[in-house]
Design a protein. Structure first.
Ligand code: SF4
Length: 69
């Protein structure tokens, strides 16, 4: 469990397919399904309100401190 507040990303906030990338001043979200399935946008328009690929779980990279990637 993370102590960080959720991203304003809708379903992606709780999807294990989400990949959170951080720079020193920002964070952005990639959809992990997009690499194998062109039906999914690599950078989905947020917030995602409906998604056939939603998979409950913790997004990858959420617990990393800003600037760690
Ligand atoms: S599968 Fe859907 S809900 Fe999950 S990260 Fe990709 S766009 Fe977001």
């Amino acid at each position: 469990m993370s102590s960080e507040p959720p991203l304003p990303a809708g379903l992606c906030d709780g999807c294990r397919q989400a990949r959170i990338r951080r720079s020193a001043r920002s964070a952005f979200l990639l959809c992990g399904r997009a690499a194998a399935d062109p039906a999914f946008d690599r950078y989905p328009r947020l917030p995602v309100l409906t998604c056939a690929g939603f998979e409950p779980g913790e997004p990858v990279g959420r617990a990393l401190p800003p600037g760690a990637r």
